[in-house]
Write a protein that binds this ligand. Sequence first.
Ligand code: ATP
Length: 301
Amino acid sequence: LTQLFRPLDMLGMVYRTIRQGLIDMAEMFRLLDTEVEVPDRPGAPALVIRQPGIVFDNVVFGYESERMILKGLSFEVPAGHSVALVGPSGAGKSTIARLLFRFYDPLSGRILIDGQDIRDVTQASLRAAIGIVPQDSVLFNDTIGYNIAYGRNGAGLEDVASAARGAALMGLIDRLPQGFDTEVGERGLKLSGGEKQRVAIARTLVKNPPILMLDEATSALDTRTERDILATLRQVSAHRTTLSIAHRLSTIADADTILVLSEGRLVESGSHQGLLKIDGLYAEMWARQAAEAETLGEAAE
Ligand code: ATP
């Protein structure tokens, strides 16, 4: 009988793997808005992670040859540190994320992770090392447990429970009639934006990647939920190399380093306080967002 079930088991595993792969890719495409792939170098080894620092070394890149988006960009995210990318719309923040995942190769310059050029390692190992917490997550029509577990093939109940604790989801799970076995998604329980975000965080915790890429919390969340989620993300990203893409500056004010991009170049970098002192582009963006927040606050009263 076991003989009979083994192929079925295998089939289940293959199905799960494919489904997981597809959803991971779907999340990446949604975040990174791209469909292009570059091939692995023949015989490329896997990325080896000991100290997962990221280096962009004089990276030049454009989608079209007549328009360069990154014009010789250099920066470093030291292992275990948290760096936030800010800049006006169209400055190239998402492009940096796409290059890090190697959806494209730089025209010149290099991108290194832990000292290895990402062109020289397999994309599977590269992408396995980086966890994404997107601002808007895809949920399966399946149980909440399944939705967390597919962060990593072979994740067990204890891994799922521990990830749910890390993502501060246990309050919700305990309130659900069937706990982790509750169906969610279109045909099940509808989760709020904040709860979906926490499922995405739990998924990432199950995957346990050394590098995290955060697409900043969505403006669809109310301020209190956003603050709570940020606190959770801060715990999750502690001791992990973290690159955040930020649109609203309030969410990244406590990053170790903030990089300010403009027209494909790094124009300022430093801490929030340091950048305010420089009184340049960051200070200007900060003042503008503070004024906007005030107007919105007044409108809400
Ligand atoms: P935002 O804050 O608005 O998300 P961003 O800083 O993330 O902006 P990118 O998405 O990196 O900016 O885009 C940088 C520039 O590259 C933009 O001018 C954009 O129009 C252009 N661009 C992005 N994707 C492509 C593409 N696939 N083909 C051609 N041009 C592109």
